[in-house]
Design a protein around this ligand. Structure first.
Ligand code: SAM
Ligand code: SF4
Length: 326
């Protein structure tokens, strides 16, 4: 369905939990975010119902995220139920990768098409520092398994932060050379916990690109990668995989935005950077029909703002990515 700015909105990102097995420094405080009581979180059946209603207004692409989606009990059953909805033609998952090696096979069998794995460093100690205790080796096993199973394209999400991991930009880009890995460099966004570190830590995508080009020469733009949404993709010379930049802060791609977000507590959020949300849980639990739900999804599409202004002083949201569903 088209919004007021003639954008085709066909993509829903679903946060299946606000819980996580890591505490990344730019995403969560050390004690985690105040997780809401379990009964406030949408049940698997409720999520499926919202997705079914969304397909009535043109949603075709889904991504499961969180929090950490793989800590949600029943995630495989959820994937299976969502994959069975005929209108859904792309079903992906964003994960920190810690539990991926153990779950990838079942997820693939259930109908998952592809994965994005978050990986900010290649150094085990640094990984443990950034994530407050995560084991890099487990993530690598998950990435290997995903490649082996053909959960393509396997994309790696790298949040670049000055003083944390910016000395590894070229090493991370090099991962795309001999394997079909798609390394995406993401600008640090000013959310809750990150709002404090973002001023010093933030590096614009143009600078990241410049550093890569200094080392590898000029990048060649690649035409299209499955689910390439807002990122622009490039090849290093001779590379099998690609690298991409998600410059949500410095060069907003709002004109090409095609998404809505469903939070773990059942709110539909038209824009990551605006607090406006439509509560679906209330009417779901009062027994709303699919038509009634679809009307609210259509309203969210119509309320989608034209763009954000976080690079012009608009304050970031007080929530963390894990609460909205990054
Ligand atoms: N737990 C999963 C993971 O880490 O992939 C899924 C949820 S996480 C919130 C989704 C993505 O948001 C991750 O790639 C993470 O690095 C990114 N993220 C979290 N906080 C961010 C911030 N302040 N700025 C930019 N990206 C952020
Ligand atoms: Fe958890 Fe993902 Fe946030 Fe890290 S970025 S704390 S893995 S939700």
């Amino acid at each position: 369905m088209e919004d007021r700015y003639h954008r085709e909105i066909n993509y829903l990102r679903v946060s299946v939990t606000d819980r996580c097995n890591l505490r990344c420094r730019y995403c969560m405080p050390p004690h985690g975010v105040s997780v809401v009581p379990r009964e406030e979180i949408l049940t698997l059946e409720e999520i499926v119902r919202v997705v079914r209603a969304s397909t009535r207004v043109g949603v075709k692409k889904l991504r499961l995220t969180g929090g950490e989606p793989l800590v949600r009990r029943g995630i495989t059953e959820l994937v299976e139920a969502l994959a069975a909805i005929p209108e859904i033609d792309d079903l992906a998952l964003t994960t920190n990768g810690i539990l991926l090696a153990a779950r990838a096979e079942q997820l693939k069998a259930a109908g998952l098409r592809r994965v994005n794995v978050s990986l900010d460093t290649l150094k085990p100690e640094r990984y443990s520092y950034i994530t407050r205790g995560g084991r890099l080796e487990a993530v690598w096993r998950g990435i290997e398994k995903s490649l082996e199973l053909g959960l393509h394209p396997v994309k790696l999400n790298v949040v670049v932060m000055r003083g944390f991991n910016d000395d590894e930009i070229c090493d991370l880009a090099r991962l795309s050379l001999d394997r079909p890995l798609h390394v995406r460099f993401i600008e640090l966004m000013p959310f809750g916990t990150a709002a404090g570190v973002s001023r010093e830590g933030y590096i614009p995508a143009a600078e990241i690109r410049e550093r890569i080009e200094q080392q590898f020469g000029q990048l060649q733009e690649v035409r299209k990668l499955t689910g390439s949404g807002p990122a622009r993709y490039y090849h290093l010379a001779g590379a099998v995989g690609t690298i991409g930049f998600i410059s949500a802060v410095s060069d907003h791609f709002c004109g090409r935005c095609n998404r809505l977000r469903l939070t773990a507590v059942g709110a539909l959020r038209p824009c990551l950077f605006h607090e406006y949300e439509i509560d679906l849980k209330g009417i779901l639990r009062r027994g709303a029909t699919l038509e009634e739900l679809a009307e609210l999804v259509a309203r969210a599409v119509q309320e989608k703002p034209g763009r954000h202004h976080i690079n012009r002083g608009q304050p970031g949201t007080g929530k963390n990515m894990s609460q909205i569903g990054g």
